[in-house]
Design a protein around this ligand. Structure first.
Ligand code: GAL
Length: 451
């Protein structure tokens, strides 16, 4: 059991915004709280008359449409591995893979929003544990509680106790977490560092010194891609500058966005951007990560789905790529969790339930995660199935301070994140720290806890 020693101190933004880990006993809650609110599902009235037909009724083939953004770069391979488990267990259910391309769901989530607006939900979709789920979909009454499924599958005994509040409201549990990803990973090219006599930096100042050396040697110090990867870099540099406690304070309103700590974080971020490849905005996260393993850039800050991609490319850990916490974040695990949901009005609720059973199962998670580049959400997966990087992630998940990701849905709901993203886009263009800080204050007041 690799995630046995942790607990979070939740700080509330609606339910919560961020949390810090402190050692505690294993997650072993056995009671499932009863659902307090019934979903808006329509009740099927009892039949009052037997049908007059004598022919056997035509039974529609059962199916399930599952929506995600896992279309390539290690992600599709992980999903395929779980689909195989599904097909072996439910050969009679036709699986429809409705994945929409685009890292971090930038395109997929827009498509999903349109479909939900039109009353056309997929049977199940990938949603992040935390405020994306609770402050967005649950707030809009779009999801059905899954308490009965948790009870039937015995999931509370095997899911991290501290993950449950991030997917619950008023005693109702709303999703099935399939994994734990780490956001604050700095991938590096070991050979480029060695050639330039650089040891792996652990503080932001060491990192900047190393990147000055690399820049002077004509090496691109830091690989970055399109805007969501810039947000990903932003949140990790803020974490590296402020530390876990004050970073959490940004999400619960106790640390001011226009205060000196936030300002220092933004200044550091601005400096980090000076080391980035000039074509960042036209690169996907895979393009940017690939610069590192190809020896075209020294560092890349990206979640550990990058490891799934490196493996798919046939690269070797510790040779073609190394990893460390983003400088300033040693001992902190900035997490996110992909989870699947059952929407209100799911066209094929039985198929969706079958999918959720696989997503929450040991077999499903053991097939998916080693390929995807994540660790199981469940605490009982076999560590021997995982490579050396993921084994190190398991150790850190069970021992580090845990905080949540912004870009990947944990600490802010969709409207707050959208406001931050708009401000960030302007900052990437004008680099004006004061304007950015003012916009972040406004965003917190409009949609966050600074109201
Ligand atoms: C995250 C998601 C990960 C991975 C990543 C890049 O939001 O949680 O599973 O898909 O985006 O696409």
């Amino acid at each position: 059991m690799y995630a046995k020693k942790f607990s979070f101190t939740l700080v509330s933004v609606l339910l919560l915004a961020a949390f810090v880990l402190a050692a505690c006993g294993p997650a072993a809650v056995t009671e499932v709280p009863a659902a307090t609110a019934a979903p808006a599902a329509t009740e099927v009235p009892a039949a009052t008359e037997a049908p007059a037909a004598t022919e056997a009724p035509v039974v529609a083939p059962s199916k399930v449409e599952v929506f995600s953004w896992w279309t390539g770069g290690g992600e599709a391979a992980g999903l395929d591995a779980m689909i195989k488990v599904f097909q072996a267990q439910y050969p009679d259910i036709e699986f429809s893979n409705a994945a929409v391309a685009g890292g971090a769901g930038t395109n997929a989530r827009a498509v999903l929003a349109t479909r939900l607006q039109a009353g056309d939900p997929p049977d199940s979709w990938q949603g992040h544990a935390g405020q994306e789920l609770i402050g967005t979909y649950v707030a809009a009454n779009q999801l059905q509680p899954l308490n009965d499924l948790y009870k039937a599958e015995g999931w509370l005994a095997v899911m991290p106790e501290t993950l449950i509040p991030l997917i619950s409201q008023n005693g109702n549990i709303y999703s099935v977490p399939v994994n734990i990803h780490r956001a604050n990973v700095m991938w590096y090219n070991p050979e480029l560092l060695a050639d330039n006599n650089i040891t792996v930096p652990t503080t932001i100042d060491e990192w900047f010194t190393a990147m000055d050396t690399l820049k002077a040697a004509g090496v691109t110090p830091l690989a970055m891609g399109e805007q969501w990867t810039a947000m990903h870099l932003f949140e990790t540099v803020m974490l590296g500058t402020l530390g876990a406690e004050k970073y959490n304070g940004l999400w619960d309103g106790s640390v001011a966005w226009d205060g000196p700590e936030a300002k220092q974080g933004i200044e550091n971020y601005k400096k980090a951007l000076t080391y980035v490849n000039s074509d960042a905005s036209s690169l996907t996260w895979q393009d940017a990560a690939q610069l590192v393993v190809n020896g075209d850039a020294a560092f890349n800050v990206m979640g550990d789905w990058a490891e799934g991609y490196f493996r798919e490319l046939g690269k070797t850990p510790n040779t073609d790529y190394g990893w460390a916490p983003v400088p300033g974040t040693v001992g902190v695990f900035q997490f996110l969790s992909d989870s699947f949901v059952l929407p209100v009005g799911a066209p094929n609720a039985d198929g969706a339930t079958a999918w959720l059973k696989v997503a929450g199962s040991k077999a499903g998670q053991e097939a998916f995660n080693p390929v995807k580049g994540s660790i199981c959400a469940r605490t009982d997966c076999d560590p021997a199935l995982f490579g050396v990087y993921l084994q190190s992630a398991m150790a850190d998940w069970s021992s580090n301070v845990v905080v949540g990701s912004l870009t990947h849905g944990v600490v802010a709901n969709d409207s707050w994140k959208t406001d931050i993203n708009t401000a960030l886009g302007l900052f990437l263009a004008d680099q004006n720290v004061e304007t950015f800080q003012a916009a972040l204050v406004t965003a917190c007041k409009a949609s966050g806890p600074c109201k």
